[in-house]
Ligand binder design. Structure first.
Ligand SMILES: [Zn+2]
Length: 118
């Protein structure tokens, strides 16, 4: 994939987190979902992916596989400086569970795309 395409996927992923967290107002730690009201950042992303607007220019053309590609193959350094270097999806869980970042903050960090695609 091209860096440009990674950037687009990151934007969509951030949007998915923001959509998903509205579905479940409370943040979960250590689980994707807890009950009906809690989700972690990655849980919110998964849930949000299915609820992104379907009338936008990107809508139906986006396959979930591409998101999983972005989650699994885009390597990130931990922005908290703890020296972890892991795939984006695992980093989202790490920031959520270990550094207790809010889901909104994680979405912002994903959208910022602080590193070029590996
Ligand atoms: Zn860390």
């Amino acid at each position: 994939m091209t860096p440009q395409r990674y950037r687009e996927d990151e934007q969509d992923l951030a949007a998915a987190i923001r959509v998903g967290l509205k579905r479940r107002p409370e943040q979960a730690f250590g689980d994707y979902f807890l009950g009906r009201r809690q989700s972690c950042a990655l849980g919110a992303a998964y849930e949000g992916l299915y609820r992104l607007p379907t009338d936008g220019p990107h809508a139906n053309a986006r396959e979930l596989e591409r998101f999983f590609d972005c989650l699994e193959h885009s390597m990130r350094n931990c922005p908290e400086g703890c020296r972890k270097r892991i795939p984006l999806g695992a980093m989202i869980v790490h920031l959520n569970d270990d550094h207790r970042w809010s889901r909104e903050r994680i979405a912002e960090w994903v959208a910022a795309g602080d590193e070029p695609a590996a």
